[in-house]
Design a protein around this ligand. Structure first.
Ligand SMILES: *Cc1c(COP(=O)(O)O)cnc(C)c1O
Length: 869
């Protein structure tokens, strides 16, 4: 019989262990080992059966079990200690509380997905896990962040394989009542509701669920509620489920509904309104429209409201892959806004924000990344190289400026160390260096550690991975239709003393899952090498609509099915955070071979590094800036202009060669012997054998040097100092005195947009420089400029000087401001400055006029410039 009604009955805990409820509902347990261990110890089998989910675990206990726990003094003591510890963690002053007055009071962080723990499967990959790590580190640092997202009924899909190795997707439905979430309620107990109008007089309502990520509340909007019609209930059905209208409605709910949810949350809890809005990737960009709507309701004009919103908005772009950028049809966006989402906001204004009205753009398209950039006065990419690539990719929005002046900076991603460091590693370091250093990834004293001890620890981690792999391979084969009797071999998959390479990530084409298969015979030889064998663990989900990705998985799995190599290479279905936490620490080498520069940052290699794995990667994303020759290896990139096929040939061959000649021999400690021409069988693993000291040195160097650089503590501190504080200050300044500065700046911007067409550099002269200048010579630059109606103090006249490249471009430039020397009448002025030739070789300069206003974040911000010709 089917249930006609269902209830989730909340456990009522006996008083002496009531703290368990608090410990289970705050997700800090997901990175606080002692709390997770407490739950495990309540009932190890049940804990394993529910996948380590404390809320589900408590739900399994009957009265008798609870009473037994409540009578167990050691359990009661642990509950009390950990509850007190959690309360201290939630209230004590932390890093951000020492930043003083100008630190933001509250920051809203919007993301379409969050990877906090595998028991809340609301992520598909790197973007979501990064968002989860951002929240966790913000919590650790006491940064007053509030996360905003959607609650998907099924999250991202679960992956399995068919017999013939084709990806199978399933979408188990989640019951929010069984998740570590609390429903936000009005004072009268009814659920708080956010409502958006939809076309055809329909409405979209959503509940607001709160997850507690340590100190950080995360608000998740859920449209699967009785108030909605069936279609509206489906809007939050899946993460990246559909395209078109479905996706647009998700993003409208996330952005516009998200701001409404924040306002409701502030009203019900008395928390301060956010001073900064951080748009983590384009999907949430409609948050800016909702804020413009609020300010226009308050009485500001479109220009004033846009100016005010921009000041306090930070936009982070995450992809240099053009196909990865979220786009809608402008008509479609217009259709939804006409339903009354923002009735007082001019539709052409909204559409102009996402318009690709630049060279190469499509006029019918509404581009969410472009809107993000136009709505955020501050923007960044997620690694230095990605910042550079993004400046090039979006330079059309700032035409007239050199690419390196495009106002998109970068903050390199990081990973939340307490989540991603294996407890064995953390405890090992804590014993030697003290407890608190390790949580921050501080291994500065790694050099003191005994080589043999570290090597033994690395082996333990490998063994732990291999145990997990064997179970997963077996379970996967059973799903693929094999019988128990056929699966004896899975007990011997992988070898605890063999060099282990990991490769796990989503499977879009550019990540090249199958690059390692380019020459299958050569790969086979590497795996089966008699002296230095290699074993490889592979995992990854392909987007359900991506046939090419699924084909790559199939090719790889078919290779791993070969009885000759199946003990040395495995594919593990259903890559998720739980698998990842065993996989990263257990690998000796983390492989990454994307098509450079399409990997914005990549974070899995960072998670491997903090566990002592060495990276073997194309110089893309974070590795491009943090590879130092001693912390791993760089796979060379084919020269620019190489065809796709030749490029894969070149880069795969380079990869094989690196493994064969360098990586494997070094792991087995036979490198020196071989280069001396005395190769012999490896004695690795045998008692009394030589340790691979060079390798171990690389591990120590990775832990001590890379550890702090790849930590999300560093990342969140960078965001606070470089972006949040400036945005909060700009936001306060612009809002002061009833938005007086917003009005002033909007007026200025509009006059610049109208008047800048008449600004010209008419004539430039270099005075006092002879035909053959020498180093140290002084000369004077005079620039005659026409400003029309614009006043001289409203612009900056600049000299850009530097070396001159072969095609007359300036490089290594320095920008200096000229001084106003004379009003020549009729809107014409003479500007001047003295310059010194301070380096030899080719030297050149250019002159330009740019807008200048104290509330602009950069000279390039408005995209307006008059260059001298
Ligand atoms: C870290 C992580 C990712 C992202 O890895 P990239 O290297 O950025 O591709 C994806 N999925 C899971 C489960 C992860 O832990």
């Amino acid at each position: 019989m089917k249930a006609i009604r269902r209830f989730t009955v909340r456990t009522v805990l006996p008083a002496s262990i009531s703290g368990l409820g608090h410990l289970a509902s705050n997700l800090r347990w997901s990175w606080h080992e002692p709390t997770a261990n407490l739950f495990r110890d309540l009932d190890p089998d049940a804990y394993a059966a529910v996948g380590g989910d404390p809320v589900a675990l408590l739900g399994q206990f009957d009265r008798a079990k609870l009473d037994a726990l409540a009578a167990d003094h050691s359990i009661v003591d642990r509950v009390n200690d950990l509850t007190a510890d959690l309360d201290r963690y939630l209230t004590e002053p932390r890093w951000c509380q020492n930043l003083g007055e100008n630190a933001p009071k509250s920051i809203a962080y919007f993301s379409p997905e969050y990877g906090i723990t595998s028991v809340l499967p609301q992520y598909s990959g790197g973007l979501g896990i990064l968002a989860g790590d951002h929240l966790k580190s913000a919590s650790d640092l006491g940064v007053p962040l509030i996360g905003v997202g959607l609650l998907y009924q099924a999250g991202y899909f679960k992956q399995a394989l068919s017999r013939d190795a084709w990806q199978q997707e399933s979408y188990p439905v989640l019951d929010p009542d069984g998740l570590p979430l609390t429903l936000l309620r009005e004072a009268d107990g009814s659920p708080a509701i956010v409502t958006l109008p939809l076309p055809d007089n329909r409405q979209l309502h959503a509940y607001i669920w709160r997850a507690d990520v340590g100190r950080v509340p995360l608000l998740l909007l859920d449209s699967n509620i009785p108030n909605n019609d069936d279609a509206a209930r489906q809007i939050t059905d899946r993460l990246y489920g559909g395209g078109g209208d479905h996706r647009l409605q998700q993003e409208l709910l996330l952005g516009m509904g998200g701001v409404k949810a924040l306002r409701t949350y502030a009203r019900l809890t008395g928390t301060p309104a956010p001073e900064v809005f951080h748009t983590n990737e384009g999907h949430a960009g409609f948050l800016g429209i909702e804020r413009i709507r609020e300010l226009m309701d308050y009485g500001l004009t479109w220009d004033e409201a846009l100016t005010a919103v921009r000041a306090s908005t930070v936009f982070t772009t995450h992809t240099p892959v053009p196909a990865g950028i979220d786009r809608f049809q402008a008509l479609q966006v217009g259709h939804f806004f006409r339903a009354g989402l923002a009735p007082n906001v001019p539709l052409d204004g909204i559409l102009s924000l996402g318009a690709e009205n630049y060279e190469g753009g499509d006029p019918a398209t509404f581009n969410m990344a472009v809107m993000g950039l136009r709505l955020g006065q501050r923007a960044n990419g997620v690694a230095k190289l990605h910042g550079k690539v993004s400046r090039g990719m979006f330079s059309g929005l700032w035409s007239g400026f050199d690419v390196d002046e495009v106002p998109i900076t970068s903050v390199t991603n990081g990973v939340h160390v307490p989540t991603w460091v294996d407890p064995k590693i953390a405890n090992f370091a804590a014993e030697r260096f003290g407890r608190n250093t390790v949580a921050e990834g501080d291994w500065s004293r790694a050099a003191d550690v005994d080589d043999a001890e570290l090597w033994a620890l690395r082996r333990e981690l490998r063994v732990q991975l291999i145990d997990d792999v064997r179970e997963r391979v077996r379970a996967s084969w059973i799903k693929r239709g094999a019988s128990e009797a056929e699966l004896e071999w899975t007990k011997n998959v992988l070898d605890p003393d063999v060099l282990t390479i990991g490769f796990a990530r989503r499977v879009p084409t550019y990540k090249r899952l199958t690059l390692m298969l380019r020459d299958p015979a050569r790969l086979k030889k590497i795996l089966l090498h008699p002296q230095h064998p290699v074993q490889i663990v592979v995992a990854g989900k392909s987007h359900p609509a991506d046939e090419a990705g699924k084909k790559m998985i199939q090719d790889l799995v078919r290779f791993t099915d070969d009885p000759e190599v199946r003990h040395r290479i495995v594919f593990l279905p259903n890559y998720d955070m739980k698998m990842a936490r065993t996989l990263f620490p257990g690998c000796d080498v983390w492989l990454n071979n994307p098509l450079r520069p399409l990997e914005a940052c990549g974070t899995s290699g960072m998670k491997a590094a903090i566990n002592g794995a060495l990276n073997l990667s194309v110089l893309d994303g974070w590795w491009d800036e943090l590879y130092d020759g001693e912390n791993g290896w760089a796979i060379p990139t084919a020269p620019a202009g190489t065809s796709a096929e030749a490029r894969d040939d070149f880069e795969s061959a380079a990869l094989y060669t690196l493994i064969e000649n360098t990586v494997a021999p070094r792991f087995y400690g036979t490198e020196a012997a071989e280069s001396a021409g005395a190769a012999g069988p490896s004695e690795h693993g045998a008692a009394g054998s030589e340790l691979p000291h060079t390798w171990i040195h690389m591990i120590k160097h990775t832990l001590s040097d890379l550890g702090p650089k790849v930590s999300a503590t560093r990342m969140v501190q960078d965001y606070v100092q470089q972006l949040y504080i400036p945005a909060a200050e700009a936001g306060r300044e612009i809002a002061a005195n009833e938005f007086a500065n917003a009005r002033e700046l909007a007026n200025y911007v509009s006059r610049m947009r109208h008047g800048f067409g008449n600004v010209h550099v008419e004539h430039v002269e270099s005075v006092g420089i002879d035909e053959e200048p020498s180093l140290g010579d002084y000369f004077r630059v005079n620039a005659y400029v026409r400003l029309g109606d614009i006043a001289p103090h409203e612009v900056q006249v600049q000299v850009i000087s530097g070396t001159v490249t072969a095609n007359d471009d300036l490089a290594d430039t320095v920008t200096s401001n000229l001084e106003l020397a004379q009003d020549l009448g009729e809107g014409r002025y003479l500007y001047t400055m003295e310059m010194v030739l301070n380096h030899s070789g080719s030297f050149g300069y250019g002159v330009r006029v740019v807008p200048s206003h104290p509330l602009l974040a950069s000279s390039a911000e408005l995209g307006l410039v008059a260059n001298a010709h």
